[in-house]
Design a protein around this ligand. Structure first.
Ligand SMILES: C[S@@+](CC[C@H](N)C(=O)[O-])C[C@H]1O[C@@H](n2cnc3c(N)ncnc32)[C@H](O)[C@@H]1O
Length: 199
């Protein structure tokens, strides 16, 4: 088990301060100015970016060190984000969202199934989910750009296809890309993307 508080301790931002490329590319699919939730937001790079784009952002992470850093970073940027320190899988929201996003929220299958259920509960009808993970090929290719050491912690295209049949799969793809996301994600990577619309 990774101790995320240890990973984030120190002044450096482990995944950098720039937003994730996939989120940047596709966030315009979410209702402009709508309410967005980021699950497992880390140090806040995506949440701060989305707030700057005019979204109303809630962002949740179980690491208190990450949330404290995210709050300071948002303040420094003059961005208003509601950061929440909690377990994303058991947290009960006050709202439903126009968009839910997550990047690199890796977990074993039983937790991923909870995550998929949670995403569907959190979204309003017609709401958009954007998700990026490392694909199991990350380990097969022995890429060292990040991700958990076990491929069992990474979803496959088939798994996402099966769990998201009850809505519109707008995009489901794998992509190889060179990551430059702080010291944490650096180098060639095999990624998996899902864009899904709730009915
Ligand atoms: C690989 S990091 C990605 C952080 C961020 N999404 C990014 O791309 O910069 C995974 C994050 O998941 C968070 N996390 C793991 N399990 C969680 C849970 N059950 N609820 C909320 N956050 C969780 C960790 O604290 C960590 O910040």
């Amino acid at each position: 088990m990774i101790d995320w508080n240890e990973v984030y301790r120190g002044d450096e931002f482990f995944y950098g301060k720039e937003p994730n490329e996939f989120i940047k590319r596709y966030c315009n699919l979410i209702l402009q100015g709508g309410k967005v939730l980021e699950l497992a937001c880390g140090e806040g790079r995506n949440a701060v970016f989305l707030a700057q784009q005019g979204f109303c952002v809630d962002a949740i992470d179980s690491s208190e060190v990450a949330i404290e850093k995210a709050k300071s970073w948002a303040k420094e940027k003059g961005s208003k984000v509601n950061f929440i320190n909690a377990d994303a899988l058991s947290w009960s929201p006050l709202y439903h969202y126009d968009g839910v996003i997550t990047t690199f929220f890796h977990a074993p299958l039983e937790k991923r199934v909870l995550l998929y259920k949670k995403i569907k509960e959190l979204l309003k009808p017609k709401g958009i989910f954007l998700g990026e993970w490392f694909s199991p090929l990350q380990r097969l290719h022995r890429f060292t750009s990040g991700g958990p050491p076990f491929y069992e912690y990474m979803p496959t295209v088939e798994e996402l296809q099966n769990h998201f049949q009850d809505g519109e799969i707008i995009l489901l793809e794998t992509e190889e890309r060179v990551l430059q996301e702080g010291p944490g994600h650096r180098g060639p990577a095999s990624l998996i993307h899902l864009i899904w619309r709730k009915r």
